[in-house]
Design a protein around this ligand. Structure first.
Ligand code: BEZ
Ligand code: FE
Length: 330
């Protein structure tokens, strides 16, 4: 083995081999000293933010172990749980996002990053189903495949700045589950048929966009993986209230990641991912008129969702859909 050059001037007791000898330098730590030593081990990290994040992570993890008197069995279970969480991930399935969501971490990240909204539309979780291609579609398109049943819904949105000025030419990505509660990427047909019940619309000169779809229903998050196992074992229900996802991404404005929830859903008060905010619950009207707002014939009854999205100035990159169609990867 060649000599390893480790600067131990800090004297924290790194173990390292030296040329021609098997000399060991060790320091024995008690519980509190161990935390300090690990934190010190990051002292030469060039990026101050990375250094800070690692130090705080170690402090929180060590504190958790001390506070809970974590047993070897529990530690092994945690390692196995995280291993299985990783193994469940594919290019179109993200079990770690799901874990973050059900533990409330996603909504906490959302909260600390939106402490001052200044009247902008409320945000919520991205979720694990922002997947595949969001095809640009003309206003009025029905985004559901013909074999999807369910009551029809007409969705009309408007995108404006904080003063109400319409924002034109803004891409708006939409996606939602089918009437059985499944996203396209959860179904075997996705590999062949590609995206459905998802699309991109671009706002017109009045900041408006509209499309047709079905009234979504409440649905369970995937329960066939380790996250679902945790939900079952902790006697939580796995349900999300019915909603449509929107990602509004205007140049010069903060990307808006949100949902519009269907008013009256029975899971609004107990969303498994803690994502509901009052302002995001829409009064979706049941209509019997023979035409939709764009003047096209409608078969009653149908539903009307209307929502105004207000953006605030800012930057930041919007997330990209998780993967292109699986067939494109082959
Ligand atoms: C969703 O709304 O698509 C979702 C969000 C978080 C976890 C699971 C699903
Ligand atoms: Fe969803």
């Amino acid at each position: 083995m060649t000599s390893a050059t480790v600067d131990d001037s800090a004297g924290v007791g790194y173990w390292y081999p030296s040329a021609g000898s098997r000399k060991r330098k060790m320091t024995q730590f008690n519980e509190a000293e161990l935390t300090a030593a690990v934190i010190k081990s990051f002292e030469n990290t060039p990026d101050p933010r990375v250094k800070f994040l690692l130090e705080e992570l170690v402090k929180s993890l060590h504190e958790y172990v001390r506070r809970t008197d974590l047993t070897f069995e529990e530690w092994e279970y945690a390692i196995d749980f995280l291993t299985r969480t990783g193994q469940k991930c594919t290019p179109i399935r993200q079990e770690f996002i799901l874990l973050s969501d059900v533990l409330g971490v996603s909504m906490l990240v959302d909260a600390v990053n939106h402490r001052e909204r200044q009247g902008a539309t409320e945000t919520t979780v991205l979720g694990p189903f922002y997947v595949g291609e969001h095809k640009q579609m003309p206003h009025g398109t029905d985004i559901t495949p013909h074999n999807v049943t369910g009551e029809k819904m007409f969705v009309q949105g408007r995108v404006s700045d904080l003063t109400g000025k319409p924002l034109a030419g803004v891409p708006v990505d939409v996606w939602h589950a089918d009437d059985a509660g499944f996203y396209d990427s959860q179904k075997p047909s996705y590999a062949v048929e590609g995206p459905s019940s998802r699309a991109r619309f671009t706002t017109d000169n009045d900041g408006r966009f509209f499309f047709r779809t079905i009234l979504p229903c409440s649905y369970p998050i995937p329960t066939d993986g380790p996250v679902g196992e945790m939900i079952v074992q902790t006697r939580r229900h796995p349900m999300r209230p019915a909603h449509v996802h929107f990602l509004v991404n205007a140049k010069g404005y903060e990307p808006l990641i949100t949902h519009v929830f269907i008013g009256g859903d029975k899971y609004l008060d107990s969303d498994v991912v803690f994502g509901v905010k009052d302002e995001l619950v829409a009064n979706v009207e049941r209509r019997t008129d023979p035409t939709t707002p764009d003047g096209k014939p409608a078969v009653p009854p149908w539903h009307l969702m209307t929502y105004e999205f207000r953006l605030r100035r800012g930057g930041g990159a919007a997330p990209k859909p998780m993967a292109a169609r699986v067939t494109e990867d082959a």
